[in-house]
Write a new protein. Structure first.
Length: 460
């Protein structure tokens, strides 16, 4: 749940970041494209105006128009310019920024040198502006459907000295450029949106996979920590039990030999006496105690073992031959799926048989009304080659609260008469001494699955 909440927060932050990125990218590219197109339009217009002004508005003609005061030359030039496609207004300024001709007679004679674009043009630079609906032409918003206008301020230069002797302000409505700008803007937004969606999906997928990988690593780390703690606990208990088992085994062996010696003498004389029956009970329980002591010694890893190359399929098959028939009488049947080409591993076949016999016994005890035990073998190549066995039963399952304790020594859910709680603890110890691992998965009512892994024998 914590990781899911973290993923949701990441998606929210990523969504906002992606949205801002899309807006910033599309806005920036659109602005740059628009600026480039408008400047291109302005430079083309400026080049054309300079050619026309050189013949129709030379310095002499400009000076003559200023002296006449009536601006006939200016009007003739403006009419010619307005006759060109896309141009709908022309204004002419002198070299100090005073408007000397306009179709708005109320503005003629006023000085507009505080206009930033005009000021730059008086300095000899072509200026282009888009959509500047200023006070002097606000009424034109009602005359044209297209509200976007292009204003081009063209400095008129003296052919010899290069000095500015006037400025032309051209108002244009470049339909083709506006249409191209609109198409490019839509294309930029579509591309930006597509890239944003792809980026969002990719980042979400990568983050989700990173979370899953981190979760897997956390589970592995937690499992390793639990196994380390469990191994340390078993080692401590094992050392204690080894000494205890040896101390018990010596007097127990003496008692057993004496009891059997007495039984041998009494059974020859009078085998049905009460004393003989009591001695038989003693002998039987001493044997049971001896079995517990042997289990303790096995658990404490003090018994000798011989490792050799072995096939896990053979170990399983041999252990099954010991229990298949008696289990069948209890309506418990085995289903096998053993990999034919299973690699070999190293180990003691007798000890590993004991592991599987313990697993068969636990599965039997979990299926009092009968059921099925499935066993399969396989190999995996993950950080080395491993030989695996999976044992699954159809029993009642293991309650979640005790799953973590089933490998503890002396832990049992059975009665004291049915076991000492050492079977799985012994199996755990044997598997660990073989360099392997044993894990259990279970859901109440759905049986239990034990998975054993052993390092494969590598041939050189």
């Amino acid at each position: 749940m914590e990781r899911l909440n973290l993923f949701h927060k990441f998606l929210l932050i990523l969504s906002l970041s992606t949205l801002l990125g899309i807006v910033a990218l599309a806005g920036t590219i659109s602005y740059l494209l628009k600026k480039n197109l408008i400047e291109e339009e302005g430079q083309d217009t400026a080049s054309l105006m300079r050619v026309l002004s050189g013949s129709d508005l030379s310095p002499e003609m400009f000076a003559q128009g200023l002296r006449q005061g009536e601006g006939v030359a200016f009007a003739r030039f403006a009419d010619r310019i307005k006759g060109m496609p896309e141009v709908f207004r022309v204004k002419i300024y002198d070299k100090v920024g005073t408007l000397v001709w306009s179709d708005e007679e109320r503005l003629v004679g006023k000085n507009f040198s505080d206009n930033l674009e005009l000021k730059e043009a008086l300095g000899g630079k072509v200026q282009v502006a888009l959509g500047l609906l200023k006070r002097e032409h606000i009424y034109e918003s009602d005359r044209y459907n297209e509200r976007r206008l292009v204003e081009v301020y063209v400095p008129v230069l003296h052919p010899d000295s290069g000095e500015v002797y006037g400025v032309l302000e051209i108002y244009k409505h470049p339909v083709s450029h506006f249409a191209l700008m609109d198409r490019m803007r839509r294309a930029v937004w579509v591309i930006s949106l597509t890239l944003g969606i792809l980026l969002f999906a990719s980042c979400s997928w990568l983050f989700w996979n990173a979370l899953k990988e981190q979760e897997r690593l956390d589970k592995e780390r937690s499992l390793m920590q639990r196994e380390l703690i469990h191994a340390e606990k078993l080692a401590t208990i094992g050392e204690m039990l080894a000494g205890l088992a040896h101390e018990i085994n010596n007097p127990l062996s003496i008692i057993m030999s004496k009891v059997r010696l007495i039984l041998k003498e009494l059974q020859g004389a009078n085998p049905k006496t009460e004393l003989v029956r009591d001695l038989l009970v003693i002998d039987r329980n001493i044997s049971r105690m001896g079995g517990i002591v042997r289990s303790l010694l096995t658990f404490a890893r003090k018994s000798d073992s011989e490792s050799a190359p072995l096939n896990l399929n053979t170990v399983i098959s041999e252990s099954l031959t010991l229990v298949e028939k008696p289990f069948a009488k209890m309506n418990i049947f085995f289903e096998q799926a053993l990999e034919p080409s299973l690699p070999q591993t190293w180990g003691d076949s007798n000890q590993l048989q004991q592991v599987f016999l313990n697993l068969w016994s636990n599965a039997r005890d979990a299926m009092r009304q009968g059921g099925k035990i499935s066993v399969r073998t396989f190999s995996v190549n993950h950080e080395g080659l491993w030989v695996c066995a999976e044992v699954r039963d159809s029993g009642q399952g293991i309650p979640p609260e005790i799953v973590g304790r089933i490998f503890d020594p002396f832990f049992t859910t059975k009665g004291t008469r049915e076991g000492a709680g050492l079977g799985l603890a012994v199996s755990y110890g044997i598997v660990k001494t073989h360099g392997g691992s044993i894990q259990v998965e279970s859901q109440p009512g759905q049986g239990a699955t034990f998975t054993l892994k052993f390092p494969a024998r590598v041939s050189f």
